[in-house]
Design a protein around this ligand. Structure first.
Ligand code: ASP
Length: 315
């Protein structure tokens, strides 16, 4: 028993020879966000506050596919989505189709706390953001040169792609892009405190070249995000596959109905249920276990536990 926290910056076909200039900023960002989460847990913030805080920070770092770094739709627009869930109460909130909200995860929390609903999308969600006075900016803020280039490549290859899909841009081309980053990913965080209180949050721009109006797994409670009194789970990967496999809920259900450990449950869902190459997750249990399985080439991930264990990994 003890606190634990885990976070991810997306799973996918991350090339093993990822150049240092792309690898290092992401590892540094994961480490930075992990430390923010650890400090918050140690300061006795609730797991719900911790996951919101960490995901906000991840949303603000443009090398991840959420908030400012969100990938673009097939019309070159941004449609961000996020969700958050508290394990004990199963209260949850979700948003989709955001075009101006700086921190989608915080709007999801407001949906949970200030409305009788769970999920708001598109114009209704944007109007709610204004009513609540959350920070908004012109949508052009989210349309970065890196993501315009990613969309161009996805269109040339005629595919809707997870943000790590190969082929990656040629290096010469990349160097013409400010900051030259080609691998980015959806973000998520799970946390448990020393009393077994659990929470999870996930945030994303979705898939590169997705249809306007497409909603992925991230804001779908039970698919990309789920917490109950046994565990908290945040998934990443191909949204359509994750929704079909009800990834996050199945981990919790296996623990609840079969009485198996977090690691066994998560491994079963990721290795046996979700199609290979489609999914990864981070999860913590009420007793402070942590697991971060994936069936893709890699997943940007990090975790820390009360007993001093720290991990920041990609493959
Ligand atoms: N799961 C996200 C989606 O399909 C993408 C990701 O995890 O990178 O929208």
């Amino acid at each position: 028993m003890g606190w634990a926290i885990a976070l991810h910056g997306g799973a996918g076909d991350i090339p093993r020879d990822l150049p240092q200039q792309r690898r290092q900023p992401r590892e540094a960002a994961l480490r930075h966000c992990l430390e923010i989460g650890v400090a918050a847990i140690k300061a006795n913030k609730s797991p719900l506050d911790v996951v919101e805080l960490v995901v906000r920070e991840l949303e603000n770092i443009p090398c991840f596919n959420a908030g400012r770094g969100s990938v673009l739709t097939n019309s070159g627009t941004v449609e961000m989505e996020a969700s958050i869930m508290d394990g004990n109460t199963k209260r949850c909130g979700a948003v989709s189709g955001l075009t101006t909200v700086v921190n989608a995860v915080s709007l999801a929390r407001l949906v949970m706390e200030k409305t009788p609903h769970i999920y708001l999308a598109f114009e209704g969600a944007e109007a709610f953001a204004r009513e609540q006075g959350v920070e908004t900016v012109d949508t052009s803020h989210f349309i970065t040169p890196e993501n315009i280039e990613r969309l161009k490549q996805a269109k040339e290859a005629n595919r809707v792609q997870i943000d790590y899909t190969q082929p990656m841009p040629k290096v010469e081309k990349e160097e013409t892009i400010p900051n030259g980053d080609s691998q980015i990913g959806t973000v998520g965080c799970v946390a448990v405190d020393g009393n077994g209180n659990l929470a999870t949050a996930t945030s994303t721009g979705g898939l590169v070249n997705k249809m306007v109006g497409r909603i992925g797994d991230t804001p779908v409670i039970g698919a990309g995000t789920y917490a109950n009194r046994f565990c908290a789970v945040s998934a990443t990967g191909k949204g359509e596959a994750i929704i079909r496999a009800t990834v996050a809920r199945d981990v919790a259900a296996l623990m609840e109905y079969k009485g198996i450990s977090l690691e066994e449950a998560a491994d079963y869902v990721i290795q046996e249920c979700a199609p290979k190459g489609t999914a990864g997750l981070v999860a913590v249990s009420a007793t402070g276990e942590v697991t971060m399985p994936f069936n893709t080439t890699g997943m940007f991930r990090a975790c820390a536990t009360e007993d001093g264990h720290r991990e920041v990994e990609i493959w």
